[in-house]
Design a protein around this ligand. Structure first.
Ligand SMILES: Cc1cc2nc3c(=O)[nH]c(=O)nc-3n(C[C@H](O)[C@H](O)[C@H](O)COP(=O)(O)OP(=O)(O)OC[C@H]3O[C@@H](n4cnc5c(N)ncnc54)[C@H](O)[C@@H]3O)c2cc1C
Length: 484
């Protein structure tokens, strides 16, 4: 094997000798893929097709030992290092240009203890992997709404979905994690072991180390829930959103209802003449007693005159995949996001105006419904700080051809700007694109930023883990080791 040139964290590069590469390959239980070798393109290809970076080498880890070897090598030579879990993050920091990539996507084991209601999950597992194993016992932990998302990145940023109003964020259900620190040491983070690190990884992203195992608390869920879609014509969107905000304000925690605005996809339950026209979709899930669930969804079903209403009993694990066909990998994506305490009249007008000029048939605006148990956790309890938010807007700008890049990005930014006067100023770190590093301090972390910077200085003083929405180590916040 010939020597390779690898970028370093100080913007330079080093040569890794053939001997060093042979030693690494020999030490790994998984594998090492160089450009042109088997697995290289598969590992560097992530969900967002806008990201096309070429690492100098990719470690395809099989376990914690491989992670430790890789982090130690990166630390020894100061290599630019990126970490891939499920590969879903919009910003594309899972892949680095010219550096060393640590691909965890083959570490997918999930182990459930139904008696203790706990799950141990490896960092390459997707939401579907975890749901499938836990639902075998009628259990679940709150996750996101697209089953191909990685558990690792979702958890490290916070994590919310259909169960969060009842059971909190994904991080609110994290019991412990095994973390390989920048020193290449594996430590257990929990309320009693390295509690500062445990606090930081519950929302602070991949800034503090590489998680090789997550332990989650589980709750009885389903297997049947009351869930489904109610599709309204766009002409009644304003009236429906008015009713929507009134009803979710008094909904029980078991019920979560997101609003989605987009052009109607060719769903089998929609008449053909509706396909391709703008619609407002209410997506509901009640994960509790089925009789109470039918009662809770009834007022939502009574809104206006929907084109279709397919809300009813459904397996929770199937509902978890309901949006997968709309959120497939391989499209070009640019997202913008705001948090809201309420859906103001002016905001609704802004949203409806934007939907009238969707730049591609795949574009959509999601209004996620938070509150409930999420908001009963103090701001300072975890690194995730947005405990007063009731709605999160995610502008999913999606298209196919590079020729549409400029128009689609312009549309997303215009909607983001127009909605800003109604927003809290906060942003969910997992919805931030790669050009928003200026929002990390006050937007993503706000009151928790300084504490995060101190934990960063303790566990990663050189900022080895900088391929993320970066928190600069406290001592170097104004210094030379700031993120690229
Ligand atoms: C279609 C879609 C739907 C989504 N829906 C939701 C939703 O409903 N709710 C929600 O909360 N979020 C949602 N998200 C956002 C999602 O939580 C983030 O994109 C998340 O970062 C994805 O995690 P991943 O492991 O797949 O990503 P990756 O791109 O692999 O990782 C993201 C970053 O996390 C870090 N990282 C990953 N693994 C590790 C590890 N083991 N140790 C240390 N650092 C690590 C790295 O910095 C990496 O750059 C959605 C995203 C998409 C694309």
């Amino acid at each position: 094997m010939a020597a390779i040139v690898v970028k370093t964290i100080d913007g330079k590069s080093v040569s890794l000798s053939s001997g060093a590469l042979d030693a690494l390959r020999g030490a790994l239980r998984g594998g090492l893929s160089l450009p042109g070798e088997a697995g290289y393109d598969e590992a560097r290809t992530i969900w967002n097709a806008m990201i096309d970076k070429r690492p100098a080498a990719i470690v395809r880890a099989a376990g914690a030992s491989d992670v430790i070897q890789t982090v130690r090598l990166a630390a020894q030579h100061g290599l630019l290092l990126s970490v891939r879990g499920g590969g879903h993050n919009i910003a594309g920091n899972a892949v680095c240009e010219g550096g060393l990539m640590l691909d965890l996507s083959r570490m997918v084991s999930v182990w459930v203890d139904p008696g203790e209601r706990r799950a141990r999950v490896e960092p390459g597992a997707r939401l579907a992997d975890l749901d499938r194993e836990t639902q075998a016992f009628g259990l679940a932990t709150p996750l996101g709404i697209n089953s191909t998302t990685g558990v690792a990145g979702l958890t490290l940023g916070g994590g919310f979905g259909w169960l969060s109003r009842k059971h909190g964020l994904t991080v609110d259900n994290l019991v412990s994690a095994d973390v390989v620190t920048a020193a290449g040491e594996l430590v257990r983070a929990s309320e009693s072991e390295h509690p500062d690190l445990f606090w930081a990884i519950r929302g602070g992203g991949g800034n503090f180390g590489v998680v090789t195992s997550f332990e989650f608390r589980l709750h009885p869920v389903g297997p049947q829930v009351i869930a489904g879609l109610i599709v309204h014509p766009f002409s009644s969107a304003k009236q429906v959103l008015n009713e929507y905000r009134r009803l979710v304000a008094k909904a029980p925690d078991e019920l979560c209802c997101w609003a989605v605005m987009r052009k109607a996809p060719p769903l089998p339950f929609l008449p053909p003449e509706v396909h391709g026209t703008e619609v407002l979709v209410l997506a509901l899930c009640h994960a509790g007693d089925p009789v109470a669930g039918q009662k809770a969804v009834a007022p939502f079903k009574a809104i206006g005159k929907p084109i279709a209403d397919v809300v009813g009993p459904a397996p929770y694990s199937t509902w978890q995949m309901a949006f997968d066909p709309l959120l497939t990998a391989g499209q070009r994506n640019y997202w913008k996001s705001h948090d809201f305490v309420e859906l103001a009249d002016g905001l609704i007008d802004v949203l409806l105006n934007a939907i009238r000029s969707l730049p591609s048939p795949q574009c959509e605006v999601f209004i996620g419904n938070l509150g409930g148990a999420i908001n009963r956790v103090p701001v300072e309890a975890t690194a995730y700080p947005h405990r007063d938010v009731h709605f999160v807007m995610n502008v999913h700008t999606r298209w196919s051809s590079p020729s549409e890049d400029a128009g689609c990005i312009k549309w997303a930014r215009a909607l983001y700007d127009a909605a800003a006067p109604f927003a809290t100023g906060g942003v969910y770190v997992n919805f931030m694109p790669d050009d928003e590093s200026q929002r990390v301090r006050s937007g993503a972390y706000g009151p928790n930023y300084e504490r995060l910077a101190r934990v960063k200085a303790k566990y990663d003083p050189r900022n080895l883990f900088r391929m993320n929405q970066n928190v600069a180590p406290a001592a170097t916040t104004k210094g030379a080791l700031a993120a690229p």
